[in-house]
Ligand binder design. Sequence first.
Ligand code: RRO
Length: 308
Amino acid sequence: MSVDLTTSLGSLELSAPTATASGCAAAGRELAQFGDVSTLGAVVTKSIMLKARSGRPTPRMAETPRGMLNSIGLQGPGIESFLEKDLSWLTENNVTTIVSIAGNNVAEFGQLARILRDVPGIGGLEVNISCPNVESRGQVFACNPVSAADVIDTVRSEWTSSAPILAKLSPDVTDITEIAGSVINAGADGISMINTLLGMVIDVDKMKPVLGGRTGGLSGPAIRPVAVRAVYQVHAAFPEVPILGMGGIRTGHDALQFIAAGASAVSIGTVVFGDPSSPWRIANELGQELEQRGYSSLREVIGLAHKN
Ligand code: RRO
């Protein structure tokens, strides 16, 4: 293929435009049976916390029209096990790795950044300030410009590495450009968007919510137009700030919408559960979509929908 698909997120150069979306491919290793993980743009790992966590009560998933709800609740092994078992595998296999971190409070985000800053092999940090599956909405830092900035400011002050800090934003806000501006001012190098939307499904025979955690995060094609809109708005407001775009991407055609809206690269999430080789397939399809339209590089198309 003649189209140049290389791209970048700030100082992080990507050899391909598709990354895994946090939470949808664990720490990348389980995809190795479907393709060479080192040829992906990046693996974005499941958000890791300081301590091991068992997550929310079951059921944790519910089907929805053109999407799904998850209520995992930040299940994970904790940072020590992650470094020993997961990051080591990614580094040994030359995988471009963006580590997603999550904390119960601002100080925990800072502690995670301090632990990770000297660890070799980290291409970027995705700061997950937008998990919807927490006990209180007050813990969704990305729903408030001051709380969002507090987290990023603290991470920035601890992060001595040159790898970019990406702030992961929620679409469940009135004006996403306000939150984006706030985290950029606090030191974010780029934006990841969007996290899932808060939703609920009710079982009308049992007359109670289906999910054990009652509410969950909505993902899949149903949210794609919301995600494209959010990327478009943030790119319009901050054209110099790189965006990792995600939300319901299933094909190269879908991915091209995000690039045209202003994303420099995309993350592939929910589709991976049914089609584990989709991050590679979508990169190939994106190349074909660009070629068919006469473009010779992905970079020339970033934000192009703003010019017409
Ligand atoms: O673990 C989860 O329940 C979860 C997280 Br951390 C997130 O950021 N987004 C989501 O939909 N689920």
